[in-house]
Design a protein around this ligand. Structure first.
Ligand SMILES: [Fe+2]
Length: 336
C-alpha cells in the first residue's frame, strides 16, 4: 500500500532524468524533491530527511557510490535505490552489499521504477515497525529488571532487619555497615556496578547468623575458641544462603568478610589482595560499627577510640588502601 506522506529525493546529474522520475513519482502520490549532485543531496537531506533516495551511481564529483555509505551512516532509516546503466549491474550489486535496498537500470521502465519504489518503501515501513517494537520491548524489559531488583532488595532488607530486630545488640547493624561500606567504595572511586554489589554484600553480610546459636552470640563472657569458630561459620553459611539469588562477586564478598589482610585467621584460604576488594571494605565497615555499638560483653567504644583501633590494625587485620580510604571519610558522621 502506498503512503501519501512518503517522500523521495531523486539524485541525478541529468536534469531530464530527474524531471522524468519526479513527474512519474509525483503522479503516484509521493512527495518528490531533486538534487543534481551528491553535495546538493546532502544539503537537501539536512532540511528534508527523505524516506527514500533514488541515487544515480555515476555523477561528476562525488559519485552515488561514494555518497551511499555517508547516507546510510547519517540517515540509517532512509532507504536507497541505486540507478545504474544496464551495462554495469556488478556495481549495483556492490552497492546493495553496502546497504542499498534495490537498483533500477537506465534507460528506465517507469512502471518498473514505480513498482520498485513501492516495494522498497513497504519493506522500509516493516523494518521500522520491527525496530520500534524491539526498542519498546527492550525498554519494557529494562523497566521490569529495575523493578524486580528493587522488590527483591526490599524483601532482603526486610528479612535482614527482622533478623536483627530480635537482638538489641545487632539492630540496625547491616544498615549502618552498608552506609559505611558505600562511603568507602565511593572514596575509592569504584564504578557504579561495584558499588551496587557492595550494597547487596553489605546488606546481607551477616545473614548467615540465622544459623548461629543465639545463646552463644549473646554470651556476656569471653568466648571459647570453639564458640568463636562456631560464630565465624556465619560467613560461609551466609554465602551459601544468598548464592542462588546474587552474583558471584557478592557471594565471595560475604564468604570473606571476616578474612584478615595478613591471612592469619584460622581456616582462611586467601590473604592480602587475593581477598575480594568488597570483603576488605566490609571488614573495616563491620569492625567499626561493631566497636561503636554495645555488645553483651562490653559497652560501645567512643568513635575516636574505634578509629584509633582501626588505624592500629591497618596492615595486619585491614587492607592499607581501604584503611586510608576509610580514614579519609567522615566515619563518625556516616555511621550516625
Ligand atoms: Fe559478620
Amino acid at each position: 500500500m502506498m503512503n501519501q506522506r512518503d517522500s523521495i529525493l531523486v539524485v541525478d546529474d541529468e536534469v531530464a532524468i530527474r524531471r522524468l522520475l519526479r513527474q512519474k513519482l509525483s503522479r503516484q502520490g509521493y512527495h518528490c524533491e531533486e538534487a543534481g549532485s551528491a553535495v546538493e543531496a546532502l544539503g537537501k537531506m539536512k532540511s528534508y530527511s527523505a524516506d527514500l533516495v533514488i541515487l544515480d551511481i555515476k555523477m561528476p564529483g562525488k559519485s552515488g557510490m561514494d555518497l551511499l555509505p555517508e547516507l546510510k551512516v547519517n540517515y540509517p532509516d532512509t532507504a536507497v535505490i541505486m540507478a545504474t546503466a544496464v551495462t554495469e549491474p556488478g556495481i549495483a550489486i556492490q552497492c546493495m552489499k553496502q546497504g542499498a535496498s534495490d537498483y533500477i537500470c537506465k534507460p528506465f521502465n517507469l512502471e518498473e521504477v514505480a513498482l520498485g519504489v513501492e516495494r522498497t518503501l513497504e519493506k522500509r515501513r516493516l523494518e521500522l515497525q520491527i525496530k520500534e517494537y524491539q526498542e519498546h520491548l527492550q525498554q519494557k524489559v529494562d523497566q521490569q529488571t529495575v523493578e524486580i531488583r528493587r522488590l527483591f532488595l526490599g524483601a532482603i532488607e526486610a528479612l535482614v532487619f527482622a533478623l536483627e530486630a530480635k537482638d538489641k545488640y545487632t539492630a540496625g547493624h547491616s544498615r549502618r555497615v552498608t552506609e559505611i561500606a558505600l562511603a568507602i567504595g565511593r572514596e575509592l572511586g569504584l564504578p557504579e556496578d561495584d558499588i551496587e554489589d557492595l550494597r547487596w554484600g553489605s546488606l546481607m553480610h551477616d545473614v548467615g547468623k540465622i544459623a548461629v546459636d543465639q545463646s552463644i552470640q549473646n554470651e556476656p563472657g569471653k568466648l571459647t575458641p570453639e564458640e568463636y569458630e562456631h560464630i565465624m561459620t556465619h560467613a560461609n553459611v551466609g554465602a551459601g544462603i544468598v548464592r542462588p539469588v546474587v552474583n558471584d562477586r557478592v557471594v565471595e564478598m560475604i564468604a570473606h568478610h571476616h578474612d584478615r589482610y595478613d591471612g592469619t585467621r584460622l581456616d582462611q584460604s586467601v590473604a592480602g589482595e587475593d581477598i575480594p576488594l568488597g570483603a576488605r571494605i566490609l571488614a573495616i565497615a563491620d569492625a567499626f560499627d561493631a566497636m561503636t555499638s554495645d555488645r553483651p560483653y562490653r559497652p560501645a567504644m567512643a568513635v575516636e577510640e574505634a578509629l584509633q583501633e582501626i588505624r592500629r590494625c591497618i596492615g595486619t587485620q585491614f587492607d592499607p588502601v581501604v584503611g586510608s580510604a576509610f580514614l579519609g571519610i567522615d566515619a563518625s558522621r556516616t555511621a550516625l
